[in-house]
Design a protein around this ligand. Structure first.
Ligand SMILES: Cc1cc2nc3c(=O)[nH]c(=O)nc-3n(C[C@H](O)[C@H](O)[C@H](O)COP(=O)(O)OP(=O)(O)OC[C@H]3O[C@@H](n4cnc5c(N)ncnc54)[C@H](O)[C@@H]3O)c2cc1C
Length: 427
């Protein structure tokens, strides 16, 4: 069993990486530990229009429940900041159908999929820093290469259908999510922080299904709570927190229970009970290094999630496409050494690194504000002129663009008052 590229994890990032590697001529195997793609789900499924496009898909009723164009930001004193993007900015999707569509695309490009296959170990044979002889093949199932071939120096140990096996690869891409084993096996460490989150899908009377609702501050210490409408009657209601900002005896679930039962806006609209329940972790702060001999990591495994929103599909897909291409090219050249694979690290950071860095500063700043300060901030943003700037430049994937525009607009004095000198330190 020799493959140019083996991708561990058939989430959106793994399937996108597998498709990209196959498009670039590699023989690809995509592994998923579960017996079904897209299940269990640990996501709100709010994907920017750009995220869907980055995954190579068009919005389709196969996976889209609803489209949204903005957000109502709720302050604890009852103020509401209406942010209207004026056109569709994001889709609310079924992650199960979305992930399956992406996996099917990878197969269409030639990737093989193996379900019920869990990566449990990694051995690598990289004495010289390269993997030896130049591969003279576009390897295919009909021209097997012997297991000892130096073209496949990365040996992934798996349990497939309950039985141990070894799969030889030139490059293994770890797209195995927030608890990535591949990153650990390759000695690449863990994301700086993981925000625990919890969410229900529940009866909820939405006033306007074109808008999500955001609740920063005390409902979700260090991050925010949300409602995301599937339709007029059902929404996804959840929150994520900075664990070290929780009080004694608090956890994300107790915060959600309190939010549902004590927030006046929620109390008036939440119908009780739940149709679905999700728990998960949002990794923020990318790994210092996302490559090693014979290994790349992408998506949640690499901590590439946006620290401002917790969204990881756009950034993960952006990196996955690069990972697939670099892995395929390196495999076909016969050099999957860390030095060769470092191209991936350089390219994804060129596209995303600064945004994630600024996002982390915004996350840390906002997460420390008390309700009183947030109320002031929301109040100072609530002017027609600033709202117009937000409409024009607001971008859930690139919040730094709006920050820059706000600073350079005639509103900067007002904003300086609200943000203090923080905005000066952003860029
Ligand atoms: C509560 C919550 C809400 C969120 N909401 C949003 C949102 O609205 N929009 C957004 O963009 N992002 C959101 N995110 C983040 C988003 O879910 C992730 O960023 C995204 O799923 C990352 O994709 P991935 O492919 O890297 O990892 P995952 O989607 O986690 O996929 C990893 C895959 O690897 C498999 N796997 C793991 N270990 C192994 C192994 N050893 N062997 C084989 N397979 C393995 C898993 O079964 C899984 O299928 C949310 C996260 C949480 C927790």
């Amino acid at each position: 069993m020799n493959y140019d590229v083996v991708v561990v994890g058939a989430g959106p990032v793994g399937s996108t990486a597998a498709r990209s590697a196959a498009e670039h001529g590699a023989r690809v195997l995509l592994l998923e530990e579960h017996s079904s793609i897209g299940s269990p789900v640990g996501c709100t499924g709010l994907l920017s229009t750009r995220a869907v496009a980055e995954c190579g898909l068009r919005p389709s009723e196969d996976f889209v429940f609803n489209s949204v164009r903005g957000a109502f930001v709720h302050a604890s004193d009852g103020q509401i900041l209406p942010i209207d993007g004026k056109k569709t900015k994001a889709y609310v999707v079924s992650r199960k159908s979305f992930d399956r569509t992406l996996a099917a695309r990878a197969v269409e490009e030639g990737a093989e999929i193996s379900l019920r296959t869990r990566a449990v170990g990694l051995d690598r044979d990289f004495e010289s820093g390269t993997c030896g002889e130049k591969a003279d093949r576009k390897s295919s199932p009909t021209s097997p290469v012997s297991p000892a071939s130096p073209s496949f120096p990365t040996k992934l140990r798996v349990i497939r259908n309950g039985r141990p096996e070894t799969i030889n690869a030139a490059v293994v891409i770890g797209a195995d999510g927030v608890k990535s084993r591949v990153a650990q096996y390759a000695g690449l460490g863990k994301p700086a922080r993981i925000l625990p989150g919890v969410q229900i899908e529940a009866p909820y009377t939405s006033e306007d299904t074109d808008f999500v609702e955001l609740f920063p501050g005390s409902p979700a210490p260090g991050f925010f709570a949300w409602t995301v409408p599937l339709d007029e009657k059902v929404s996804r209601i959840g929150l994520a927190v900075e664990a070290n900002r929780l009080g004694k005896g608090e956890n994300p679930l107790s915060c959600l229970e309190k939010f549902l039962s004590s927030n006046p806006h929620l109390k008036a609209r939440y119908g009780g009970g739940m149709l679905d329940f999700v728990m998960g972790g949002i990794p923020i702060g990318p790994l210092e290094k996302t490559y090693a001999d014979g290994v790349l990591v992408a998506g949640d495994a690499a901590g590439q999630t946006k620290p401002t929103s917790g969204g990881g599909v756009y950034t993960g897909a952006f990196a996955a496409k690069i990972a697939g291409k670099v892995a395929a090219e390196a495999a076909l050249e016969g050099d999957s050494s860390a030095a060769r694979l470092s191209e991936y690290d350089r390219l994804w950071r060129k596209g995303l690194g600064k945004e994630l860095e600024i996002g982390m500063k915004i996350h840390d700043y906002m997460g420390k504000l008390e309700d009183r300060q947030l109320n002031e901030l929301i109040g100072s943003l609530n002017t027609p002129r600033i709202l117009d700037t937000i409409t024009e430049y607001g971008d859930m994937d690139h919040p730094s663009v709006l920050m820059k525009k706000l600073m350079l607009s005639g509103n900067s004095l007002r904003l300086m008052k609200a943000f203090g000198t923080f905005v000066r330190t952003l860029f």
